[in-house]
Write a protein of this length. Sequence first.
Length: 372
Amino acid sequence: MSARELRARGGRALLACLSLVIGIIAVIFVQATAGVARAELIHLAELREGRDGSAVVAVSGDALGSQTSRLLASKSDAGADVALFVSDSGAVLTGGPSAIPIIAFEGDVMAVRPFDLIAGQWPTATTAGAAMVVNKVAWEQIAGRSGLLWRTGKGDLARHAPVTAVIDDGEQDPRAYLPWRELAAHAQPVAESSVRVLARVPSGDAAQSVEWLRWHATVDQLPIQGPIEPVNAAAGVDDQLRVVTAAFLGVGLIMLLVGVLGVLNIGLATLKERADELALRRSLGATKGDIMVLVLAESVLIGCAGSLVAVLLSVAMYRPLVAAAFSGSTDVPFPLSAAVYGVIVGGLAGAAGGLVPALRAARTPIAAVMRA
């Protein structure tokens, strides 16, 4: 009976559905993209700070002269992945519109900071020459340019710098990366260099990584500066994502509330037109509960119809929007749980909008039909 009533009032039912669709789509997308956003944010944090479960410590630039840091970065006796990064050394890549700072590296870089390799090959111990690596921001500045050179900050002669790889390191500023052995072969960095050593044990436990790095720092008499800190990318991302999700979900719920008010308004308007019909049903034996269920079922059907439309639109828009918002996420399937969540939310929204009309309909006096 409810379906026939909806068909008879198709225009109003369609209007009520449309008022819910936008709000349900917003709620669905918050649920559907939460996992993708979390993975993307964690990956971005790992590009910049290191893999989750690593430990990091700052080392005095003076330690580079004794090769202690290099020795530590080459250790693999315990199966840990260790890498060294030297920045602010004064070394720069020239030949583009502006000088690009060079970061020297040594050790298992890709294991502790999983850079995305866009083109070329990451240099290994057997790679000959300078083996310069640039991030994608730097590549946009120097692509197609010849005469690229690199020099240290001590007035040394400029040297040829063939680019062997282009990476995404999560940075918004241009960066170049040069093997430490290449930089050390020509000139030691200045003592003010910023040196970071990262280590990660196979278990991925940040506390164990801290202990492993602390033990080796003591054995190698590494002049550390400041505490050895764990890298916990997931914790920071979860806090950030929780705030963003709550904000978007709040906007979606506000839009959904507008849809509920639309269902309520249309339900009340329809109730006036059906007052005689509902009174007649009461006089023929329908109980108040029957009338409530009848009116409420129509509102729930409107909510479910709106949620189905929202799910179909969300599925159609999901891949393009995710691909635009999150690079490299074009193959992520639409989660079934988000579709189920959307249908449930739509049904509940319809029920919320139809509750007041249903209560009023149940109180329709039988005398109304007698007067008619």
